[in-house]
Design a protein around this ligand. Structure first.
Ligand code: AMP
Ligand code: ZN
Length: 116
């Protein structure tokens, strides 16, 4: 996808602080971190959102999830972290290339969603 910002990171057309890269996935630091550790984990393949995934993505999705504990641990999240996948308009998704947020630090994170 020519104009997708995360595809540009995959192609090294814009810089990112990459933490992990292999044939299928990349993890890099979020440009606007919400906590001391804020990693984005993406597939190299352009998939717009979790809603666009299908059976053929089973192995890729499994690989992404299974890579998270080591990624988080290597960034110092030894006592837990939060994983978030924002999906679509209601989910607050801003970049339409599937990504998993991995968020953590030393302090317990605040409750995620409040309903007033
Ligand atoms: P979401 O709302 O789930 O789509 O989140 C998109 C995330 O991408 C936000 O946390 C942004 O700070 C992050 N982001 C946007 N552009 C970049 C970039 N060039 N490098 C790293 N992170 C980015
Ligand atoms: Zn993309």
């Amino acid at each position: 996808m020519n104009n997708c910002i995360f595809c540009k990171i995959v192609r090294d057309e814009i810089p990112a602080k990459k933490i992990h890269e292999d044939d299928d996935i990349i993890a890099f630091n979020d440009i606007n971190p919400a906590a001391p550790v804020h990693i984005l984990l993406i597939p190299k393949q352009h998939i717009a959102s979790l809603s666009e995934t299908e059976e053929l993505h089973r192995d890729l999705l499994g690989k992404m999830l299974l890579s998270i504990p080591k990624l988080a641990r290597d960034q110092g999240c030894t006592d837990g972290y939060r994983t978030i996948i924002n999906t679509g308009h209601v989910g607050g998704q801003e970049v339409f290339h599937l990504h998993i947020h991995i968020i953590g630090g030393k302090e317990r994170l605040p409750a995620m969603i409040h309903q007033s």
